[in-house]
Design a protein around this ligand. Structure first.
Ligand SMILES: *[C@@H]1O[C@H](CO)[C@@H](O)[C@H](O)[C@H]1NC(C)=O
Ligand SMILES: *[C@@H]1O[C@H](CO)[C@@H](O)[C@H](O)[C@H]1NC(C)=O
Ligand SMILES: *[C@@H]1O[C@H](CO)[C@@H](O)[C@H](O)[C@H]1NC(C)=O
Ligand SMILES: *[C@@H]1O[C@H](CO)[C@@H](O)[C@H](O)[C@H]1NC(C)=O
Ligand SMILES: *[C@@H]1O[C@H](CO)[C@@H](O)[C@H](O)[C@H]1NC(C)=O
Ligand SMILES: *[C@@H]1O[C@H](CO)[C@@H](O)[C@H](O)[C@H]1NC(C)=O
Ligand SMILES: *[C@@H]1O[C@H](CO)[C@@H](O)[C@H](O)[C@H]1NC(C)=O
Length: 391
């Protein structure tokens, strides 16, 4: 049993629409108006991740470490060669090209330093010939919208392969097994104490042959043609749970549609929460998707609702109806116990009063008898009084 195996790569849904139509790679602009100082650059890297020194104006250069005393004697790094970053690489470097001198201040972050990022170099597997996405490792201290991608030292935007970048994701419209594997770098501009740094992260890309997922798409819930009870004016969650055949890279899609007046030809996509990916169970994994009807109206009861599950190979769907919940009326719910309670307690009171009356009659009768019948009766009265007292 392989439960507990979290499918971590789920977090990158394949949404290529609108990105691979034409080349949308942004031209770099300065962050918050700050322009990168081209002669004095600052780079950050993460210990253990691949790193590559930047080239200068697309020219291949060799960066030499500046020794503390100012000499140029330290080790040199070619901007064409990747190397695993180590803390000892932190320092200042210089290079000469085109008659100018350039400086680079490199800071390698320790893996253990508490920070805004996870220190793992990520690995992404993409399917050959399909569209693919490469996420820049998360950086939690800023948003991830401003990212520039490089493959080795070449800016991806300058390649002829028409990729595009959106929200920190690099989309490759058609993955090529011959040319696409390798280490990609994503650069973020971050500002610390008014100083701009380029934070460079690495992602290793592997290309694997595509294999079709085999097996059916099974609905856990809802059942087809089911009717769900709703309350008017209340929120109702449409929840769809589907088991998909396992895939190395997930293509599962679960969506809720509303069929206008129950007409399946006229479907509109409902606003939905992001899908929740479950655990792998044997050869399947579960996906849950919710559409929330904020306030159920009479209108909602007229339509039907279809949940469509699909992967790259097949699709399947279930359709449900909504029905008004037959609510029990409030007076009945509260009334019956109340009436019974009043009845019982009323009866109790009557019985109690009758009992006291009886006692009075009994007592007055025997008190009279005391003078007439003497000692024996007196004892009797005493016993009776005691009994009453205890009761
Ligand atoms: C770049 O930074 C250096 C040192 O901080 C400074 O001397 C130089 O004028 C700056 N260049 C530009 C173009 O801002
Ligand atoms: C590197 O240069 C920066 C100025 O650009 C300076 O603040 C820093 O102390 C230098 N670091 C080393 C290790 O020389
Ligand atoms: C991301 O940050 C940039 C600059 O800091 C800002 O202009 C943009 O609105 C932010 N985007 C989001 C979605 O927060
Ligand atoms: C649901 O209803 C449709 C037609 O209304 C029918 O074709 C289908 O077989 C039904 N599904 C189930 C599971 O009963
Ligand atoms: C509906 O979904 C929302 C968000 O997931 C949740 O907060 C809420 O409790 C759900 N309501 C019901 C009735 O399950
Ligand atoms: C689909 O439903 C909308 C109402 O949401 C209606 O205006 C439209 O005419 C319908 N289209 C068809 C093809 O039935
Ligand atoms: C579902 O699959 C059928 C063929 O099996 C196809 O005709 C249909 O367009 C697919 N629907 C969706 C929503 O993918």
């Amino acid at each position: 049993m392989q439960t507990g195996h979290v499918l971590f790569f789920f977090i990158f849904p394949v949404v290529l629409e609108g990105c691979c139509v034409g080349n949308h790679q942004k031209k770099r602009t300065g962050l918050m108006g700050l322009q990168q100082n081209t002669t004095h650059q600052r780079y950050r890297a993460v210990e253990g991740e691949s790193f590559i020194m930047p080239c200068v104006k697309s020219e291949s250069v060799v960066w030499s470490r500046i020794r503390e005393d100012g000499g140029n004697e330290g080790p040199s790094y070619d901007c064409e060669k990747e190397f695993p970053a180590e803390v000892k690489h932190s320092g200042n470097y210089t290079c000469h090209t085109g008659g100018s001198k350039y400086f680079l201040h490199l800071q390698v972050e320790e893996k253990s330093s508490p920070s805004c990022f996870q220190p793992e170099e990520s690995t992404v597997e993409l399917y050959n010939s399909a569209g693919g996405e490469i996420p820049c490792p998360r950086y939690d201290c800023s948003n991830n919208t401003d990212v520039t991608w490089y493959k080795g030292n070449r800016a991806v935007s300058e390649m002829k392969r028409a990729p595009c970048e959106k929200d920190g994701l690099l989309h490759l419209c058609q993955v090529k097994a011959e040319s696409d594997p390798g280490v990609y770098f994503c650069d973020r501009q971050i500002i610390e104490q008014g100083v701009m740094w380029t934070f460079r992260r690495a992602v290793k890309v592997e290309v694997i042959p595509y294999s079709e997922p085999s097996g059916p798409l099974r609905f856990m819930s809802p059942a087809d043609n089911a009717t769900e009870e709703v309350e008017l004016g209340q929120t109702h969650n449409l929840t769809c749970k589907v088991f998909f055949p396992y895939e190395k890279r997930i293509s599962a899609k679960v969506q809720w549609f509303m069929n206008y007046n129950g007409n399946k030809e006229n479907m509109t996509l409902l606003p939905m929460e992001p899908p929740q990916y479950g655990f792998k169970i044997r050869e399947e994994y579960g996906v849950t998707r919710r559409a929330i009807i904020k306030e159920v109206t009479q209108q909602h009861l007229k339509h039907t609702y279809t949940c469509i599950a699909s992967n790259t190979v097949r699709n399947n769907s279930v359709t449900i109806k909504l029905k008004k919940k037959t609510t029990v009326k409030l007076p009945c719910l509260v009334g019956y116990p109340l009436v019974s309670f009043l009845l019982v307690s009323g009866l109790g009171i009557i019985l109690h009063v009758k009992w006291m009356e009886l006692q009075l009659i009994y007592r007055s009768h025997f008190q009279h008898g005391k003078h007439d019948e003497g000692q024996e009766t007196h004892t009797h009265t005493h016993t009776l009084r005691e009994t009453c007292y205890i009761k």
